[in-house]
Ligand binder design. Sequence first.
Ligand code: ADP
Length: 286
Amino acid sequence: RVCVVGSINMDVVTTTRKMPKQGETVLGKDFRTYPGGKGANQAVAASRLGSDVTLIGAVGDDVFGHDLLTHLSEEGIRTEGITVIPNVPTGVANIILTNNDNRIIVAPGANHHVTPEVVKQHRKLIEQSDVVLLQLEIPLETIAYTVDLAYELGNDIILNPAPFQTLPEHILRKVTYLTPNETEAEAMGLTKLDIDIKHKIVMTLGERGVHFMKDDMMIPAFSVPVVDTTGAGDTFNGAFAHQLANKQPIEQIIRRANAASALSVTKMGAQGGMPTALEVEQFLTM
Ligand code: ADP
């Protein structure tokens, strides 16, 4: 079983021909909402592949919050760890898209209320899991608390350090795998740290694949027609957690996570392209 502790957002996307200037109003083309947030995205990725997934997080007591709860249950995710917080908005990512530009504002809302106390209340869900998967869209003190707890319980811990933040050493030491993309790895100065955590680092390199630093191993990406790379990293992490919970050897874990995320970039949207286990199998035997 996989337990994701992380963010839940509604992505609110407006497309327009022209980006408005300061003080300007323009008529847009289209408006849509998409379920998102790194925690929820990664939970969906693992669930589609067949993992038993629990998500610990929070939404507001509003239309988006209730829609997202329904959506996550329909994706087969256990939602008893999701707290509905009154008088706080659900997290949203406001996205404005033109043909060649995007502007994004994330308002974390309820995600800021995923406190250590919330995780403590759901300790049982972590106890019942093999793998705990975290990102950095909830408060750092909650990440620290969860990592300590999961470490104590002997779970495998995957920390996807996105969006980038400097992390204290005591967290890094307890993590089993750290999965930065290239930009995050550089920003964290991972190779220059005083502590040796090289053996934990699985660095994703987009279309170039993955560098597993322990054995200085490169696992290439699959070559696919790219439609939308949004959510490639989230698919990778969810798939990585799924394979790790199934006790696969690390090389297999990464190869299959590469396959799942390659499939995800062939379709629109973060969650839209996340494959099922059958789709990954078919892709690998093609
Ligand atoms: P992020 O989305 O977090 O920036 P990456 O861009 O490194 O992360 O992508 C994560 C993984 O998704 C890569 O390691 C690779 O397996 C897969 N991937 C990303 N882009 C492509 C692509 N263009 N073709 C095939 N696979 C891709």
